[in-house]
Design a protein. Sequence first.
Length: 298
Amino acid sequence: MLAYVTGAYMTYTTSSYVMMVFPVALFVSFIFLPDTPMSLISRNKIEDAEKSLRFYKNCAGTSSNERFEAEKTKLHSLVKANQEKGEKLTLGDFVTSEARIGFIRGLCVVLLSIFSGSPVLLNYASIVFRDSGSTLDPALSAIIMIIIQFIATATSSSLVDKVGRRILYILSSGGTAIGMAAMGTYVYLSFRGTDLTGYHWVPVTSLSFAVLSCNIGIIPLVFVVLLEVLPVKIRAVAATLCMSLISLFMFLMVKFYPIVAEAVNMHSCMWFFGLISFIGVFFAVFLLEETKGKNINV
């Protein structure tokens, strides 16, 4: 959000210096975070592993509860089982039924997060508003949209363990599809020369609704769901591959969107994003398993 504000009212150099503070702060904060319990147990650092588990499960002091003890027991059992097996990862591990289904679900989650149009809205917000014909200031419209994104992401974090992943994905995909379809229709009518006097509020409203919907489920949950649907044995490799695909597709999306929008007009791009999001509804209903409460270590 700060990047949009500084970008609109500061020079490029000043904005870069201001934004540099945050990755530095993130780097410093990670220095003080404990290692994961599973990693510590695998190195026989039992006491440190218990402290780490208490930290990440927010169990203060030396107090104990059933949930904490259950998690600790599961971790010990899992690490012991993995050490006893001592099996190396092979190509055959990727073609099992569980691995194939998990990887397909993970890949769909990744593709939905990219081709829902989120990278375009984040990187070309001002340009999209300008080209849509909206009478509102493009920079101000982008700032409004990013504030809505911030609120939606915060809302998602409080809802994800209450209503579940699937429900959020269904609502998120459906809302994004509606917002993108409305935006595409407005741009199409404007392109055809239709008199849209009195409807200049549509671009900022439709895209803000799309951003709100997108950041309730599709975007913030991609990394959570990705780890939960992948089997433990192939998770590290498969998750790395999916993350690489996210970076690749995001680069291609950001790089070629202006070229594609110039060739087929912006309304076609918006309708495409809406179509992918609509398909995401069916994916969430029929293919995405509910992983709320799932222990990702087993």
